[in-house]
Design a protein. Structure first.
Length: 166
C-alpha cells in the first residue's frame, strides 16, 4: 500500500469515525427504536466509488472497531460487525452493477443488509426468532435512511469524481 493511499484511508476513517461519534451524541427521536441515520456510511460509499472496494472495507471496519472502543459499547461491536460485514458484501455486489448515478440504490440495499445482519445477531444472542417480527419496520426504515445517505454520497461522488484520491 503506498503512502498516498494509506493517508487517504486514514483520513477517510477519521472522518467516518468523527461523524459516527457526533451522530451518537445527538438524541434523535424516531418512531422506530434503534433506527439512526448512519451518516458515517456516506464516507464508506464515497470511498467505494472514488477509491476502491478494498479501501471502503478498511474504512468501514476501522470505523466500526474504533467507534465501539470510543463509545464504550463493546456489546454493540458484535452487532456492528455483523451488520457491517453483510452490508459491505451487498455494497460490493451492488456497486459492481450500479453506476455513480445509482449510489442511492446501493445504499438502500446496503442498509437493508445491515439491518438483517443485526437481526441475525439479535436472534442468536436472544435465542429467539421473534426478533424477525421487526423486519418489516426495519426494511421501511432502511429504505428512507439508505436513500438519504445514498443521495448524500452520490452528490458528493459526482462532484468529486475528477479529484484524484488514489
Amino acid at each position: 500500500m503506498n503512502i498516498r493511499r494509506l493517508t487517504s484511508d486514514a483520513l477517510l476513517s477519521v472522518i467516518a469515525l468523527t461523524i459516527f461519534i457526533v451522530e451518537a451524541q445527538i438524541p434523535l427521536t424516531f418512531a422506530v427504536p434503534g433506527v439512526k441515520l448512519g451518516l458515517s456510511n456516506i464516507v464508506t460509499l464515497i470511498t467505494m466509488y472514488l477509491l476502491s472496494k478494498k479501501d471502503a472495507g478498511a474504512v468501514l471496519f476501522i470505523r466500526i472497531i474504533l467507534g465501539s472502543v470510543f463509545s464504550g459499547n463493546t456489546m454493540a461491536l458484535l452487532y456492528s460487525i455483523a451488520g457491517g460485514a453483510l452490508s459491505y458484501a451487498v455494497m460490493c455486489l451492488a456497486s459492481s452493477t450500479l453506476s455513480e448515478k445509482q449510489i442511492w440504490a446501493v445504499s438502500i440495499f446496503s442498509a437493508m443488509a445491515h439491518n438483517m445482519g443485526q437481526l441475525l445477531v439479535a436472534a442468536l444472542v436472544m435465542r429467539s426468532s421473534a426478533v424477525f417480527a421487526y423486519t418489516p419496520v426495519l426494511i421501511v426504515a432502511a429504505i428512507f435512511v439508505g436513500a438519504f445517505t445514498g443521495l448524500c454520497a452520490q452528490y458528493t461522488v459526482l462532484r468529486l469524481k475528477n479529484l484524484r484520491l488514489k
